[in-house]
Design a binder for this molecule. Sequence first.
Ligand code: GUN
Length: 281
Amino acid sequence: MTAQIINGTLLSQQIRADVTRRAGALTAQGKQPGLAVILVGDSQASQVYVRNKVKACEDCGFYSVLEKYDGDLTEAALLARIDALNRDAKIHGILVQLPLPAHIDANKVIEAIAAEKDVDGFHISNAGLLMTGQPLFRPCTPYGVMKMLESINYPVRGANAVVVGASNIVGKPQAMLLLQAGATVTICNSKTRDLGYHTRNADILVVATGKRNIVTADMVKPGAVVIDVGMNRDDEGKLCGDVDFANAKEVAGYITPVPGGVGPMTITMLLVNTIEAAERN
Ligand code: GUN
């Protein structure tokens, strides 16, 4: 059996069309949605990510600002900028691209963002709201994964879901969203002894480790939904995920490609969070 591909680009287009319509309605009332994106340092990967985020905002009719700072920006200067954006009525969402340089305390920066503008959903109060089942903003990548499951009408309730990776950005919030949807959730991490033992039991397998080919075809339950959050380069420099896609797709029931899977959905859900922030305002 060859798996059905879940096309994140196509699903994104559908969701973004709705976001564009809602942005138009707000703009007509003089309340154009606005997102500020802050990048500190010159990481090539981060530059590409933030450029794509700002371009997506513009395509949907948002007001957007990209603030780029040198890697030696002080923590105090960054906190002052966030304070100004918190009070800027044109800005409904603030995103500080991670990782930050080592001399800046990322937790302190995230906590400085007003919770109602924290469109990443990383603020401790938003993490707490998610944990207690009353989310304000769902972190973009896990939220996109849930939308992908919804797009194939997958019965998450009662399913065995395995999340490989336990980051604050993806793994932990992903587990919370799946749990809330009624799945039985296992979170694996870099110390997990026998990863395959867990993954072979997964009806839904979400892989977010940043390690190429960490999941091979023999680790996939026949018919499972395999969601690949990884973004790596292969030996030829081509983008690839964490899953051995070519072989796993012969075992899985559904699978997401890289590129064209979770990546576009992450940006799309940032747009959704920003429009929701603007509508609430
Ligand atoms: N770095 C990697 N993913 C993300 C994300 O979703 N948001 C932010 N702010 N930084 C990231």
